[in-house]
Write a protein that binds this ligand. Structure first.
Ligand code: ZN
Length: 504
């Protein structure tokens, strides 16, 4: 699948992208403040985001993270940066549940995780998320992980114990700088994140780089015997392979801060002696109906269930309606609000396409709308430049959509130039917010057969309306709606658009 190309600046309106780029500020989870964003290389941004542990299907909380990274990726492209985005797939995590399922199904570990990886990539695409430069699959990079572990051993940052290889955090004085954790105060099990059964390590904060396999567990060969890499080492090894020792942006969910990212920093910086990540970003938790998601209580929804039930564009809009550093609650109220907005937006695009076909000359009131769309684009950029404030960007976008509807209701006319300009700006903004779903789901262009058929039915319907046979006219409209065609009657004639079926 080829993602819809993102409109880049400078746009046809002659913007110079450099001043706009320089206005981008990002909140750094490391410095705990907003910082001006300048990438290491002037035109290229390197970005590594933590992907799914593919033991289970992606849920709506994961989707919040991945949709957000897609926004960051697309907005940086819009600003004119080339973005080299790598996202990993953790297909190496072994737990009791996985081992039990392998025994029950007779599937091999590799078969199971390959199937789950395909599901994960499908679910991302279902939500309009662009594929990264590469999906780095953990089991395909065991060699790079072994190399990094060996380097840390050679440098004295790691040691071999009976049950594996550990990172010695006392050799990295800055340990704790991301999470604020004091390594001297770490207690086994105290945080719930330090594995209790790692008895062979020297210090409680030391963490596994390589784990020897227990009988019956999947394993890979290594200089330290059969086993598997620790979770943290995969991101350090794979980001180094594809993006080098220092990367511009990295992040994950807020629960990745400790221990995952703290340990990733320690490994990478101890090995390279350089800064690992310049901008750490973390997305906060998503609640479902006011509570934490939990499979056992049934308060749980996978991303594919949500996309199928509500439509993927609607899910995306809902997820982006809260700023990524705020906790959000995914509720039916939120869905209902997003549903109304999706319809408003579809109608606006349909109206603009309707006028575009008529190719009208310049109209006296076009200047009013020209100013409004210019301001809307400025406001969108200002919100996004302020630490990717999608919540504000969306609010402002819909203020503009409302003013567009008012303008059309009041003046009933738009000139070709302003129609083209408005569509251009709206499509640019929507491609960032909705990704590939803009053309697939939000504003699909009907094929010529559908167009002819709908135009014919609408002509017949207009005849019925003129003959005051409103009942039959309503029946036709209802039939069209059931076939995925929405119709609104206006003084300029019926305006219609195709609503894509929710992705299944
Ligand atoms: Zn990671």
């Amino acid at each position: 699948m080829t993602p819809t190309p993102v409109r880049r600046l400078p746009s046809s309106q002659g913007h110079d992208s450099a001043p706009l780029r320089s206005q981008l500020v990002i909140y750094s989870s490391l410095s705990k403040q907003k910082e001006g964003f300048i990438p290491l290389q002037s035109d290229t941004v390197t970005m590594y985001t933590c992907g799914l542990t593919v033991n289970y299907l992606m849920h709506i909380g994961h989707a919040r993270c991945y949709v957000f990274w897609d926004i960051v990726h697309r907005y940086l492209q819009y600003l004119g940066f080339k973005v080299t985005h790598v996202s990993n797939v953790t297909d190496i995590s072994v737990d009791d549940n996985i081992l039990r399922r392998l025994r029950e199904t007779g599937e091999s570990f590799q078969q199971l995780v390959t199937r789950h990886t395909q599901d994960y990539i499908e679910d991302r695409r279902r939500l309009g998320i662009a594929d990264p430069y590469t999906y780095s699959i953990a089991t395909q990079h065991i060699h790079e992980m072994i190399e990094l572990v060996q380097q840390l051993l050679d440098q004295g940052h790691a040691y071999i114990a009976d049950d594996g290889v550990y990172f010695r955090i006392s050799t990295y004085p800055e340990y704790g700088k991301l999470s604020g954790i004091d390594p001297g105060k770490l207690r086994t099990g105290a945080s719930g994140r330090i594995t209790k059964d790692e008895y062979d390590k020297e210090s409680v904060g030391d963490f596994a780089l390589w784990k020897r396999a227990a009988p019956g567990e999947p394993y890979w060969h290594s200089p330290w015997g059969p086993g598997r890499p620790g979770w943290h080492i995969e991101c350090s090894a794979m980001s180094r392979k594809y993006l080098g020792e220092t990367i511009d942006i990295s992040g994950g969910g807020e629960d990745n801060i400790f221990p995952h990212h703290e340990n990733s920093i320690a490994q990478s910086e101890a090995a390279s002696g350089k800064s690992y990540v310049r901008f750490w970003m973390h997305v906060r938790h998503l609640m479902l109906n006011g509570e934490r998601m939990s499979k056992s209580t049934g308060n749980f929804i996978t991303a594919r269930e949500a996309a199928s039930k509500y439509g993927a564009a609607l899910v995306r809009l809902s997820l982006l309606s809260t700023h990524y550093r705020k906790r959000m609650d995914f509720t039916e109220t939120l869905i209902a609000a997003a549903e109304g907005r999706i319809k408003q937006l579809q109608y606006a695009i349909a109206v603009l396409r309707f006028f575009k076909e008529k190719k009208p000359p310049t109209k006296p009131k076009d200047d009013l709308l020209s100013m409004a769309i210019g301001e809307a684009e400025e406001q969108f950029r200002a919100a996004m430049n302020d630490d990717f404030n999608t919540a504000l960007a969306i609010t402002q976008l819909f203020h503009f959509i409302e003013s567009l509807h008012h303008h059309i209701d009041k003046y009933h006319e738009l000139g070709s130039n302003i129609v083209e300009k408005t569509l251009f700006v709206l499509e640019g903004i929507c491609t960032i917010l909705f990704g590939d779903l803009y053309e697939k789901e939000l504003a699909p262009i009907p094929d010529s057969h559908t167009r002819q058929l709908v135009e014919f039915i609408l002509t017949e319907r207009e005849q019925l309306r003129q003959n005051k046979d409103f009942n039959k006219a309503d029946v036709l409209r209802k039939m069209l709606r059931e076939s995925g065609i929405e119709v609104i009657d206006t003084p300029d004639g019926p305006i219609w658009w195709k609503t894509a079926q929710p992705a299944l």
